[in-house]
Structures are given as structure tokens and as C-alpha cells.
Design a protein around this ligand. Structure first.
Ligand SMILES: [Zn+2]
Length: 192
């Protein structure tokens, strides 16, 4: 495999699209050392495909990113451009949510039937972007369980210690879960 950056980016693009052939996938997996440049190249490929100018800091799932926006805030952003807000708050709380509670509703998405969650003990929650309706996540949890905050990345540590390219806006309070600020705001609004 060539070390040519353009070829690497081409392969990364194929990897992102799920179109990489088996030989190249195996060769990528068998490389003796993971190079730090690969993450940078990966981000550059994602950035080249984005329809907005905000700097991508991390990809959370297929169409969801942590970016630095025009206001220098680190926010979660959908591929369509919708911003979910501060990345320290669980972005799921800004989604449209479909909850499947009955056996009939669960069987629509589970097969075979024995694999189905048990109504009453579990529910299926599907989280959609309110603008483009992309389904960003699905979780199966007990009714009443808080929305699972799947990942709060320590971006400062990752960029500084693992990539060697510290972010210009490092601060000690970036790596803090602030989801409760959303629910507290909801509670305050509900109390009138
Ligand atoms: Zn969207």
C-alpha cells in the first residue's frame, strides 16, 4: 500500500462510504503501527464533504459531529446543519423521539420475535434530527431511564496527548457533563 496521502484519503473515503474492498480493509487492519496522521486525514475527508464551514473536531456517528462553530462554541451538529447545542449536553435531549412500548410496535423492528425486548420492562427509543429526520441513535432501556449519554469525549486530552496538536481553546471545564442544565431548564419552565 502506498503512503501517498491522496491514496490514503481515497481509501479513507472508501472506508467512510462502506465501499472499501476486502484486500484494502485487511491491509489497513494489519498495518503495524497506527499513525496519528490517519485521524487528521480522516477528519480532512469528512471536512471536505461537509456542507458547512465549521471545523469538525470529532465524528460521533454517521451523520453527527462535534464541531467548533462560528461563535467558537463546541457544539454537536448534524450533517444537515442542525445544531444540537453544547457538546457537553446530551444531544439526544434535542431530538424528536419515537418510543416503542408494545410488543406489536417492537416487532416492527425486531426479528426474530424471541429477540424482542419485553414490554413493560424495556422500551425502544429512536432519536431523530428535528430538521432532516435522520435517525441518529436507538437505545433499549427500562422505562423512565434517563437518555443514555453515549459519549462525552475529552477533546482537549485527545488532541493534546494523543494527536500532539492541542486545541487553541483548551479549558478545564470542557470535559464536564452539563446535561443537567437542560433538564433543570425544563423543570424551571414546567414550574412556570
Ligand atoms: Zn439533521
Amino acid at each position: 500500500m502506498s503512503n501517498d496521502t491522496s491514496i490514503s484519503k481515497d481509501l479513507i473515503g472508501q472506508l467512510i462510504d462502506g465501499k472499501i474492498d476486502d484486500d484494502n480493509a485487511t491491509r489497513l487492519q494489519r498495518l503495524p503501527r497506527k499513525d496519528h496522521d490517519r485521524f487528521v486525514a480522516y477528519i480532512e475527508v469528512l471536512q471536505s464533504r461537509a456542507s458547512w464551514p465549521d471545523q469538525i473536531l470529532l465524528r460521533l456517528c454517521d451523520k453527527l459531529y462535534v464541531v467548533r462553530n462560528a461563535q467558537n462554541q463546541r457544539v454537536v451538529k448534524c450533517e444537515c446543519g442542525h445544531e444540537f447545542g453544547d457538546y457537553r449536553q446530551n444531544w439526544k435531549l434535542g431530538c424528536k423521539v419515537r418510543v416503542r412500548r408494545t410488543a406489536a410496535a417492537m416487532r416492527e423492528v425486531y426479528d426474530p420475535a424471541p429477540a424482542c425486548p419485553e414490554p413493560g420492562w424495556q422500551e425502544i427509543r429512536e432519536f431523530f434530527c428535528p430538521d432532516c429526520a435522520t435517525q441518529h441513535a436507538v437505545e433499549v432501556v427500562a422505562p423512565g431511564y434517563p437518555a443514555v449519554f453515549e459519549m462525552l469525549p475529552d477533546l482537549d486530552k485527545f488532541y493534546r496527548d494523543y494527536l500532539g496538536i492541542p486545541l487553541p481553546d483548551e479549558a478545564p471545564d470542557w470535559y464536564t457533563d452539563r446535561t443537567e442544565q437542560v433538564t433543570q431548564r425544563w423543570a424551571a419552565n414546567a414550574a412556570g
